[in-house]
Ligand binder design. Structure first.
Ligand code: FAD
Ligand code: FES
Length: 327
């Protein structure tokens, strides 16, 4: 098949068979925001200016955006020549200042940002953080809606461009851009008696901690059961804080889990999703929140569904890392 021409912002890229628009742009040096490269962060949202794009390029977009021919460049494998533009729905960014930074454990950084303009968000949503050189990564908001600050838990990945930089170089007083909040994995206050199951691995605790804080602040009456998992005990954090919270609220239960090696008392042995499912055999009418490693999220989704949770009540953010491609 002949190469397909994609024009964007006055530049043109040639897209090979099976190649995504994002990969073609990166190869040809055309600047476009991007983060996860897997259709999750929506940083690469663009609009087709000459008719509907392939349906697969619109997966996960709101119906209004789909109707207006928006698409995700990282999912778009074009079938014809296309003209693309940014449109008006590309995420806005606001400037923020780093106001606090400390370690939660050897791998996880706690970062607090003060935004120039307050953001309207739901507890559990994520934002895209954009560095001065344009590098973008998604991080979940770790606090409830009752704060002007946004806090994050950033796990350091060996060789990771953003996370290594955030751990080593980003300093109090530095500025960084924060996108409009995104995602559908957030606390809904409409059913205060509903039981909530929250399962997270590693820094997947971040959005879940925000959801727990929000639910307790709202006087949520149903059970709130949080399972936080890590391979080893060193990967856990906030044990004391979560245990204190559980002592203060009779409906909040916290179970830290470790899947390998020695397991100290007070910590459950096994993967967080398996421990949770063994303790809670029936999840009918429960709301389920799953965040962290994509494999855990996939497995736990299936388990929760088989245990009776409705698909519409299972909310998740898989922390996909950007696929190592051309840049
Ligand atoms: C919705 C969402 C929410 C998220 N929330 C959080 C959160 O709250 N906390 C959190 O810690 N993370 C979160 N993430 C993950 C986060 O967005 C980043 O993906 C993560 O921090 C890694 O980014 P990085 O730039 O450090 O790593 P990258 O530079 O993207 O690299 C990722 C990994 O791939 C390897 N790699 C990179 N390039 C290559 C190459 N060319 N060849 C081989 N290997 C390579 C790196 O060594 C590294 O291990 C979230 C992700 C999503 C999608
Ligand atoms: S959705 Fe395309 S880069 Fe994240």
């Amino acid at each position: 098949m002949a190469e397909i021409k994609i024009s964007f912002n006055g530049r043109q890229a040639l897209c090979g068979a099976g190649e995504t628009v994002l990969d073609a742009f990166l190869r040809d040096g055309i600047e476009i925001d991007n983060g996860c490269r897997q259709g999750v962060c929506h940083a690469c949202l663009v609009r087709s200016l000459d008719g509907p794009p392939p349906a697969a390029a619109q997966v996960g977009l709101k119906p209004a955006l789909q109707r207006e021919d928006y698409l995700l460049a990282c999912l778009c494998r074009p079938e014809r020549d296309m003209r693309l533009g940014l449109g008006g729905a590309a995420a806005g960014y606001t400037a923020a200042e780093v106001v606090e930074k400390r370690n939660l454990n050897a791998q996880t950084l706690w970062l607090a940002l003060e935004c120039e303009h307050p953001l309207a968000y739901y507890a559990g949503q994520f934002v895209n953080l954009r560095r001065a050189d344009g590098l973008i990564r998604s991080y979940s908001i770790a606090n409830s809606r009752n704060s002007t600050r946004l806090t994050f838990h950033i796990r350091r990945l060996a060789g990771g461009r953003f996370s290594e930089w955030a751990h080593r170089e980003l300093a109090v007083g530095d500025r960084i851009d924060v996108s409009d909040p995104q995602g559908f994995c957030y606390y809904l206050a409409d059913l205060p008696a509903a039981n909530l199951l929250l399962i997270g691995t590693g820094s997947g605790l971040a959005p879940l901690a925000g959801i727990v804080e929000e639910a307790l602040h709202n006087g949520h009456r149903g059970q709130i059961r949080l399972y936080h998992g890590s391979r080893d005990v060193e990967g856990l954090y906030w044990l004391d804080e979560m245990r204190d919270l559980a002592r203060a609220h009779a409906n909040f239960h916290y179970t830290p889990c470790v899947s390998r090696g020695d397991v100290p008392s007070g910590i459950a042995a096994g993967r967080a999703n398996d421990v949770a499912m063994a303790e809670l055999p029936g999840l009918r009418d429960w709301r389920v929140y799953l965040c962290g490693h994509p494999d855990m999220v996939d497995r736990a989704k299936r388990q929760a569904y088989l245990s009776g949770a409705a698909l519409a009540d299972i909310h998740s953010d898989a922390f996909h890392v950007a696929s190592p491609t051309l840049d």
